[in-house]
Write a protein that binds this ligand. Structure first.
Ligand SMILES: Nc1ncnc2c1ncn2[C@@H]1O[C@H](COP(=O)(O)OP(=O)(O)O)[C@@H](O)[C@H]1O
Ligand SMILES: C=C(OP(=O)(O)O)C(=O)O
Ligand SMILES: [K+]
Ligand SMILES: [Mg+2]
Length: 579
């Protein structure tokens, strides 16, 4: 039976249009064309009159402007996936690939884009400025000329303490062999000598302390201090790679060390200026110690870049863990950089730390990337280990927004295969989470400080609950800065979220958000017109089948009448007059 119903929620009009035989919150829809709030559960409708009045003005907004003819803003990969697999078949977890010599040709980059790369990461630790520029240009070319939608992230080198034995290959450290760690600068290599890149690396270190290389590749005991250098004995033999990282331990406990180095080095600032000029989308900041560096960079970007470049904080040190909440709060997103984290904290703590970080990110509504060694064995081998697949699956089960490949794509022989493992593994685990209804276990904290923010948040929470309960096929959201899209994503809905925006930087930023397909559209203040046009276009493209229903959420604040907010939730299917 076709129904039409209005539900007043905090003064916001929720329209239900179409044939709905399912139940909303246990109430059969077909029996009640008009719903009352008392029939709902978990809906916060007890807000002040101000809120109700503010949103009741909704209906007075007049039409103006139109969507651009024929353009839905779909990228070629999402369009193909949608046609092949339908709405529910769209992958929710986003994929980041580190670009290196193994995948930097136009052809290789296109293959990665086709295989589902959402964000390309450039690690500024390696290679030249020209090399990075060339890769960025190729990605922009693919986006512009071939219709892909791949965002670009630069990852700063950071001020990192490293040791190097001066040879380009790995060197073996034998048990009981004596080595000298020095800050002296010299070319090439000297036997049993390791150069540290920072004068103060041995400050506060005593004889008897342990030096652990790269999270356990080899271990040394400090015999004595010689100037700034350390004479050491190898106690656990192993391999020393070029540019190795080290941690100090005393009596079985990690020595937390706060080197007096700024988070962003002079080189990092010059890489950031380069990134801005190349119109990149994300800056991932290495070795973040506190919120200050992030806030400083964000302020700098506000004044120097016309584009809203997003700043991601990499959590990869003890200090960043101690100040996790303030760092997450200050940044636009987080990368759990397990590579260096595994050097800085005991390896066995990484799984629980990863769980804690993803939880905090969910609470504070910031996208989170799980990075490093997800499929490390695939740098050399064409199949992953079972343990690696389990690790990837766990990150997906934790609802991480994105997974990242490092050496697997940058230098590995099987980068494409590794990406395909991430894709199939995440799709499978997402399906299993939907079957388990795991998103109901997500705990969330209220974010909105102001009333309009709280309204947006409540609308998104309710919209997702409705979408899941009704079993709609997709959620459409119309958003300028991506806020509503991210609030919807935060609830990890079963259907995919199509985020229509007229801001290119919003589109590229949303590429990192779980379950969101960002679409560039020419939005007007006439929301009814926007919705009608989009639905008609998507239908004309054959993307909506007869029995599919869509939930529509909008939050476009008209520029001309800034006080009037248009916010609504609607459900549409083919029987409604709009389709
Ligand atoms: N732009 C690049 N040019 C050359 N090699 C790269 C590049 N980016 C990454 N790599 C290689 O891929 C490996 C894995 O990448 P990543 O995890 O980002 O760096 P790292 O190992 O330095 O932390 C690096 O060790 C390096 O050998
Ligand atoms: C992603 C990481 O950072 P980088 O590769 O720059 O060391 C990491 O340490 O895990
Ligand atoms: K880096
Ligand atoms: Mg790192």
């Amino acid at each position: 039976m076709a129904v039409m119903g209005d539900l007043a929620l905090m003064g916001t009009k929720i329209k239900l249009i179409g044939k709905l035989e399912k139940r909303v919150f246990g109430v059969p829809l077909s029996s009640s064309p008009r719903f009352s709030v008392s029939q709902t559960r978990n809906l916060d409708v007890s807000k002040s009159r101000t809120a109700v009045r503010a949103v009741l003005q909704v209906e007075k907004i007049q039409s103006s402007g139109e969507l651009k003819e024929g353009s839905l803003g779909f990228d070629v990969v999402s369009e193909r996936e949608l046609k092949e697999n339908g709405f529910l078949g769209l992958r929710k977890t986003k994929l980041v690939c580190t670009i290196g010599p193994a995948c930097s040709s136009l052809d290789e980059l296109e293959k990665l884009a086709i295989a589902g790369m959402n964000v390309a990461r450039l690690n500024m630790c390696h290679n030249s400025r020209e090399w990075h520029q060339d890769v960025i240009w190729k990605i922009k070319k693919l986006n512009q000329e071939k219709g892909y939608c791949v965002s670009v992230m630069i990852d700063t080198e950071g001020n990192q303490i490293q040791v190097d034995h001066g040879s380009s290959s790995s060197v073996k450290a034998e048990e009981d062999s004596i080595w000298y760690f020095t800050t002296e600068k010299f070319e090439g290599s000297r036997p049993f000598t390791i150069q540290a890149n920072y004068e103060g690396f041995s400050e506060g270190v005593n004889s008897g302390d342990e030096i652990v290389i790269d999270g356990g590749m080899a271990t040394f005991e400090v015999i004595e201090k010689v100037g700034n250098g350390l004479r050491c004995k190898c106690t656990d033999p192993g391999l020393l790679l070029p540019r190795a990282k080290l941690s100090f331990w005393r009596d079985g406990k990690l020595l937390g060390r706060d080197y007096d180095l700024p988070t962003l080095s002079t080189k990092d600032w010059s890489d950031i200026v380069f990134g801005i000029s190349e119109d990149i989308d994300f800056i991932a900041v290495s070795f973040v110690k506190d919120a200050e560096a992030i806030t400083h960079l964000r302020d700098y970007l506000t004044t120097t870049s016309s584009k809203a470049i997003k700043v991601l904080a990499k959590i990869e040190s003890l200090e960043s863990l101690r100040r996790l909440e303030e760092i997450v709060e200050a940044s636009d997103g987080i990368m759990i950089a397990r590579g260096d984290l595994g050097v800085e904290i005991p390896l066995e703590q990484i799984p629980s730390v990863q769980k804690d970080i993803t939880y905090v990110c969910r609470q504070l509504n910031k996208p989170v990337i799980v990075a490093s060694q997800l499929l490390e064995s695939m740098v050399e081998y064409p199949t992953p280990t079972r343990a690696e697949v389990a690790d990837v699956s766990e990150a997906v089960r934790q609802y991480a927004d994105a997974l990242m490949l490092s050496g697997e794509s940058a230098i590995g022989s099987y980068g494409m295969k590794a990406l395909s493992v991430l894709r199939t593994t995440s799709t499978r685990m997402e399906q299993s989470c939907r079957e388990e209804n795991r998103q109901t276990l997500l705990h969330q904290r209220k974010l909105g400080a102001s009333l309009p923010d709280q309204i947006a948040e409540q609308i998104c929470n309710c919209a997702v609950e409705m979408a899941d309960n009704l079993g709609v096929d997709a959620i459409f959201v119309y958003t300028r800065h991506g806020k509503m899209a991210s609030l919807l994503s935060r609830n990890r809905p079963n259907p995919p979220i199509f985020a229509f925006t007229n801001d290119n930087s919003t589109q590229m930023a949303l590429n990192l958000q779980w379950g969101v397909t960002p679409l560039l559209a020419d939005l007007s203040d006439d929301m009814e017109g926007n919705v009608k046009k989009t639905v008609e276009l998507i239908k004309a493209k054959g993307m909506i089948k007869k029995d599919e229903a869509i939930l529509v959420v909008s939050d476009i604040i008209p520029i001309s009448t800034a006080q009037t907010i248009f916010q609504s939730i609607q459900v549409k299917n083919h029987q409604s007059h709009c389709l």
